[in-house]
Design a protein around this ligand. Structure first.
Ligand code: GDP
Ligand code: MG
Length: 176
């Protein structure tokens, strides 16, 4: 039947990473196709939903959990991770400390999260090449050693933002 409604598979996705790396900006770029440089960094729109369509026409609905700035105190409640099938762990390619913090978030996720969680390790702000401190090879090798996939993005220019979510969608289990 033409125009048949397809049921979306829904997945919880959490954003992790140091304050200021661009977690909220990545989510807003993905969901709204916008970048607002004046977005208040502690105001996360706690939940955002966005659906992507896989090449086989399966609909994948992401229920995106963003923080409200609690990552500053490294104090996310266990319920933040609980039931998350996907996680995006972000660092800022212009900030070495944020790269070290991202590795800590990966460890915490591996301890507290679901054992089968699909994890993307993301170097954000690639629109600032002159300020780059972390080479792609460094992110790439950490990711491959830890069984994660790696991508560099810019929430500002939207570079690789939809590709990031599409890559996650393709790795999620298609049976719920
Ligand atoms: P969060 O604390 O991880 O949620 O980070 P935000 O999304 O609030 O972003 C922190 C700051 O970095 C804001 O001033 C954003 O405008 C800026 N920002 C976020 N992503 C990018 C990016 O890809 N490129 C540039 N140049 N700035 C970004
Ligand atoms: Mg934020």
């Amino acid at each position: 039947m033409a125009g048949q409604m397809r049921k979306a598979l829904t997945y919880k996705l959490v954003l992790l990473g140091d304050a200021g790396v661009g977690k909220t900006a990545i989510a807003v770029q993905f969901v709204k196709g916008q970048f607002n440089p004046f977005l208040e960094s502690t105001i996360g729109a706690s939940f955002m939903n966005q659906t992507v369509t896989l090449p086989d026409e399966t609909l994948i609905k992401f229920q995106i959990w963003d923080t409200a700035g609690q990552e500053r105190f490294h104090s996310l409640a266990p319920m933040y991770y609980r039931g998350a099938q996907a996680a995006i762990v972000v660092y800022d390619i212009t900030n070495r400390n944020s790269f070290e913090k991202a590795k800590e978030w990966i460890k915490e996720l591996q301890q507290q999260g679901d054992p089968n969680v699909v994890v993307a390790f993301v170097g954000n702000k690639v629109d600032m090449p002159e300020a780059r401190k972390i080479q792609p090879s460094e992110g790439e090798s950490y990711a491959s050693e830890n069984g994660l996939f790696f991508i560099e993005t810019s929430a500002k220019t939207a570079e690789n933002v939809s590709e990031l979510f599409m890559k996650i969608a393709k790795q999620l289990p298609s049976i719920q």
